[in-house]
Design a protein around this ligand. Structure first.
Ligand code: DAH
Length: 340
């Protein structure tokens, strides 16, 4: 019987060693230690041994049973650990895996709108020029025929860097710069940032954008101005949009006018976007260049005439896309940005 016990134990040990699954281990346990298992059966048959043999054999069988049980337990733990290791390996996150899926950025709606406007005027034969955001009081006010007491000159309206230097409150200063270069005829547009001491609300921002347009040549008339504006508006907002010209006052133009367009959202019927007026108000200011402005820049106002207009780029983008809060243009909220 002793030999049998050692033989059984050896086979059991080898099988435990070879086992690769928990199921196999469980089968081994049943085979040797289960109710009808080989070791259990030998334990049961102890009674058939003589009184002298029984204690030693009993001791040996118990030892072997415990040994096999311990080995099965150890191997179970080992297999469980290995299973976990495999799982961890399989679930490792490859941080480089999505490297081609980064969000691709794009120009902000304001830059897109400025580029669209510039493109439109380029097609009509205009030059695109740029001007500085910091300019002199002469270029921003004096040479534009702005009276010394004009309210826009106030510290409360314009940011002064010194007595003679300001953050430009409009792009009209670029007109002066181009006219002073003395190359005629002129057909130019210029877009960029402008600054005014305004409180932030849904239609105001201390930094906003304008686009300036200037034409100076012989025989330029108000009809040319209206025609140019109408072509531009239809290209920008669609053929079904109507324009309205209202008399206005600007120091640098005579006559001066303001231009509204029918609301592109409701097509003039009236909706929330246009305050139920059917019109998007004050889209741009325009007029025939004042003779004083031409003369200030050394241009013979008897020979040359010109027209000019300036528009709020932010306003154009808001009207075109039905945006009711200027702050959305600057907030960097991806939910907004990604729509354009
Ligand atoms: N500079 C004006 C403003 O900021 C807009 C403007 C009006 C520009 C008439 C012009 C113009 O060129 O002719 O409100």
């Amino acid at each position: 019987m002793k030999d049998q016990v050692y033989k059984i134990t050896e086979t059991a040990k080898k099988r435990i060693d070879d086992a690769v699954s928990l199921k196999e281990l469980n089968d081994i346990k049943v085979k040797y230690l289960g109710k009808k298992g080989e070791i259990t059966s030998l334990l049961k048959s102890l009674s058939s041994l003589s009184k002298e043999e029984r204690p030693a054999m009993g001791k040996l069988l118990n030892e072997k049973r415990n040994e096999i049980d311990k080995l099965i337990l150890e191997k179970t733990e080992y297999l469980n650990k290995e299973k976990l290791n495999i799982k961890v390996k399989e679930e490792t996150i490859d941080v480089t895996a999505n490297r081609n899926k980064h969000d691709v950025g794009h120009f902000s709606l304001i830059n897109q709108t400025m580029a669209e406007l510039e493109g439109l005027f380029q097609k009509m034969g205009f030059d695109v020029v740029s001007g500085p955001e910091i300019d002199t009081v002469a270029n921003v006010f004096d040479d534009l025929n702005s009276p010394k007491n004009h309210p826009s000159r106030d510290l409360t309206d314009t940011f002064y860097l010194s007595d003679n230097v300001v953050l430009r409150p409009h792009t009209s200063s670029v007109q002066i710069r181009v006219m002073k270069q003395g190359k005629l005829p002129i057909r130019m547009v210029s877009a960029g940032r402008t600054f005014r001491n305004d409180e932030v609300d849904d239609t105001h921002s201390p930094m906003f954008h304008q686009m300036e347009c200037l034409v100076v040549d012989e025989g330029v008339s108000l009809a040319n101005l209206k025609d140019t504006i109408n072509i531009f508006i239809k290209n920008m907002f669609g053929d079904d949009v109507k324009t309205r010209f209202r008399p206005h006052y600007f120091p640098f133009t005579e006559p001066s006018l303001e231009v509204d367009v029918t609301c592109p959202i409701c097509k003039g019927k009236g909706c929330d976007a246009c305050n139920h007026t059917g019109w998007s108000m004050e889209l741009l200011g325009a007029g025939m260049v004042h003779p004083n402005v031409l003369e200030n820049c050394g241009i013979d106002s008897e020979k040359y005439t010109g027209f000019a207009f300036g528009m709020g780029v932010d306003r154009i983008a808001m009207v075109k896309h039905g945006i009711n809060d200027i702050r959305l243009l600057y907030d960097n909220d991806k939910r907004f940005i990604e729509q354009f």
